[in-house]
Design a protein around this ligand. Structure first.
Ligand SMILES: *Cc1c(COP(=O)(O)O)cnc(C)c1O
Length: 234
């Protein structure tokens, strides 16, 4: 597979969506989602020009990161955060997209050895059992995270409900982003939304960071646990 070609196509699609939306060029960051990919694949994508990679599963990431320690990579954590994993997440990632409760934020702040760039995940469609803070509880969480010294609050992250009107979900996310800007502080500049299937729509609705896996690396084969086994193999 030719990474340079795929990445070029994604970048062109990002630029096209920016143009269509009347946005300035180069205002959207491309985060390569490398869950279920081996270290060699991440290295190839890095060598083709990518510098920011996202991982969902701490155990999988911890197996991969040491192999890639020689590369200049910003690691983003985009998976569910368990309270007993906050220390390893804080120590190994530069960005965390998925803070959704005060306790997790406090623990990350306590464990951080340096400043962490963070986003709050919002359950923008108010789906039951889904990760993310409920929109009506967002202001309290924004105030809490903004008060923590080692966390730099950068914005919101959303995953719309699949198979619905994702544009409407992205629009709600943007409205929440604007409504909480004053309380969030000066570094509030990130709207993390859009994946391989819908990143152009997300950009039209004001995304500043898109999380793209499949369109860069090809289809994921097997499950996350399959990737774990792969990552752990010699
Ligand atoms: C897997 C994943 C992505 C990327 O999905 P693709 O459809 O492969 O682009 C983005 N964000 C999150 C939170 C993910 O879990």
């Amino acid at each position: 597979m030719d990474y340079a070609q795929r990445i070029g196509a994604v970048r062109a699609a990002i630029a096209e969506a920016e143009r269509r939306a009347g946005r300035a060029p180069h205002g959207v960051q491309l985060l390569a989602v490398s869950k279920a990919r081996r270290a060699a694949e991440v290295r190839a994508a890095h060598d083709a020009g990518l510098r920011a990679f996202g991982e969902n599963y701490l155990q999988e990431a911890m197996a991969k990161l040491p192999e890639l320690a020689d590369l200049d990579i910003d690691w983003h954590f985009i998976g569910a955060i368990q309270a007993n994993k906050t220390r390893d997440i804080a120590r190994n990632f530069q960005w965390i997209h998925t803070i959704d409760r005060a306790k997790i934020a406090t623990r990350l702040d306590g464990a951080a050895a340096r400043r962490l760039e963070v986003c709050i995940q919002v359950n923008v469609d108010a789906e039951p059992q889904k990760a993310g803070v409920a929109p009506d509880r967002l202001p309290a969480l924004v105030a809490h995270v903004a008060s923590l010294p080692r966390l730099r609050l950068r914005g919101l992250m959303v995953i719309p409900r699949p198979g619905t009107d994702v544009r409407a979900s992205f629009r709600r996310a943007k409205a929440l982003f604007d409504a909480n800007a004053a309380a969030a502080g000066p570094r509030w500049d990130t709207l993390s939304m859009g994946m391989s299937d819908d990143f152009q729509i997300a950009i039209e609705e004001a995304a500043t960071l898109v999380r793209v896996g499949t369109a860069i690396f090809g289809p994921r084969t097997g499950t996350a646990s399959g990737a774990l086994a792969q990552a752990a193999a010699p």
